[in-house]
Design a protein around this ligand. Sequence first.
Ligand code: FE2
Length: 376
Amino acid sequence: MCLMSSLADSPKVAPTTAGDFMPLHGIDHVELYVGNAAQAAYYFVHAFGFELVAYAGLETGSRDKVSHVLRSGRIRLVLSGALASDSPIAAHHHKHGDGVKVIALGVPSAEDAFREATSRGAQAVTEPHEISDAHGTVKLASIATYGETIHTFVERGAYDGPFLPGYEARSAGEPTGMLLGIDHIVGNVEDMNPWVKFYEDVFGMREMIHFSDKAISTEYSALMSKVVTNGSGSVKFPINEPADAKRKSQIEEYLEFYEGPGAQHMALATRDIIGTVAELRRRGVPFLDIPDAYYDEVPDRVPEVAPQLADLREQGILVDRDDDGYMLQIFTKPIGDRPTVFIEVIERHGAKGFGNGNFKALFEALEREQDRRGNL
Ligand code: FE2
């Protein structure tokens, strides 16, 4: 490709249908800036069943930042904290609380990805650069997305270290086999359409049409959502914005307490959601409470799960379906102090949606319970 020369005299935005100008291997890792990385890492290892695999901090020569790298299946989380008050991590935490700073994307070429993205309107954060250690070389570059969140392009090549150059291998926790991959990462913004266009223009992503906002813009819902995905479907980013409804929008609450746009939740895939949620509960992970009345309608909405209804009800797991199949999902309570970032656990059986039917089902269930109390 000789894009350098052609881009100079061709500022036009690329076609938005094909993803081939921005090939993505998938989500390489997600980095959270937190107030206490040591304790956050302990929580993810002992509550969520991650394994500690790598570390960078004072002991490894990192003077300004401490990072714990955790794995579960193909998921890689990095929990980073500040070592001084003038650290950008401290500033980020001061403003947002615990939050997702980096959604890193694996790419064949960090330089190409950066050049393609910035030529299509993305704001540069870090120019392409190499970092090396005894395990090899990794190339990185970063661009801005919503709020203070960034996308880092990671070109690993033949690098065989535990995470990135500068990190040392560490070990804690056991492989639990509970959480296997990142299904999607949701962004909360004030106005979703410019961000849908951003992912279309900059990444060549497309909107997943059959789960458009119409599905959840009912009188019960309090948000609007569109989903963008890359050509292979390996990366899915739902984008939410607040909507007027009967109840205060959960997106408004997020934007208020995060003090701006940011990542709302990561959905982590499992193959055994009933067993996984039971174990996560045993380990102390708090989940959203689901009104019992929610389960009245489940066998009619999704007959496939009728044999598991008692287990789903006991664990508070939600059920949704679309034309392609059904899915099971559950949401944790916020993982930090602010009512902002949380985790979803999801098990798909063909369905390609994101649980949009659950918004209506949940609000209807709440009203049935209200009605039972004679208060509707
Ligand atoms: Fe989700």
